[in-house]
Design a protein around this ligand. Structure first.
Ligand code: SF4
Ligand code: SF4
Length: 209
């Protein structure tokens, strides 16, 4: 009886979608993957390694994220910056950075642990791959582009340029103590990387010093 009830429920849902399609009324479902529902701002998708507005990398290779990760799926190796051509404002930068997405539980503890807000999470959630090695995201895939966009792990994917897949969560504190001199001493909150446009939260007003 229970199975029959569930079956009837399913048929009713299908029928109502068919009617909505024919009549043009609002639909409860979306035509994924051509259409995607807006995800919550704090959705935990794949990670991104952020840059300061002047292009410097935020990661200082401290390995705190790796220490905090309960799934032990982050591998970081720091390296001293070249003083003439530094990657980050710190003494060191994340020379090697890998996340094994097969082990990640998307808890966000790495984000919490990071002292420079270098690592945050995006809205990207499509991880299917036919190769186990592709599930190990390297620095190349994780580090955001200098234009602020998040690199897609499968650039040939026809959906790779969808707005929903290019936004990172939250607001990022942007301080740029080195690099482009025009950013010297400026402290502000920058929006999410990519084309997202969320408003700041109450304690995250834009401020300059
Ligand atoms: S989200 Fe959690 S499990 Fe995934 S890499 Fe970060 S700390 Fe590890
Ligand atoms: S992402 Fe953050 S916590 Fe991890 S190594 Fe880089 S600076 Fe340290």
């Amino acid at each position: 009886m229970g199975v029959l009830t569930e079956l009837l429920k399913g048929l009713r849902a299908t029928g109502s979608v068919l009617i909505e399609t024919v009549t043009g009324k609002e639909m409860l479902t979306t035509r994924y993957p051509k259409e995607m529902r807006e995800k919550p701002q704090r959705f935990h998708g794949r990670h991104v390694l952020n840059r300061y507005p002047d292009g410097m990398e935020k990661c200082i290779g401290c390995e705190l994220c790796a220490g905090a990760c309960p799934a032990r799926c982050i591998y970081v190796r720091g390296k001293d910056n070249d003083p003439e051509n530094p990657n980050s404002p710190g003494e060191r930068f994340g020379f090697v950075y890998e996340i094994n997405m097969l082990r990640c539980i998307f808890c966000g503890l790495c984000v919490e642990a990071c002292p420079t807000e270098a690592i945050t999470m995006t809205q990207l959630f499509e991880f299917s791959t036919t190769n186990r090695g592709d599930a190990i995201y390297t620095r190349e895939e994780l580090l955001m582009d200098t234009d602020g966009n998040v690199p897609h792990m499968f650039p040939d994917d026809p959906l790779a340029d969808m707005k929903e897949l290019l936004t990172a969560d939250g607001w990022l504190k942007a301080t740029a103590p080195a690099g482009n001199a025009s950013y010297e001493g400026v402290q502000t909150w920058q929006g999410t990387p990519g084309p997202a446009s969320w408003d700041p939260e109450p304690d995250q007003e834009t401020r300059d010093s």
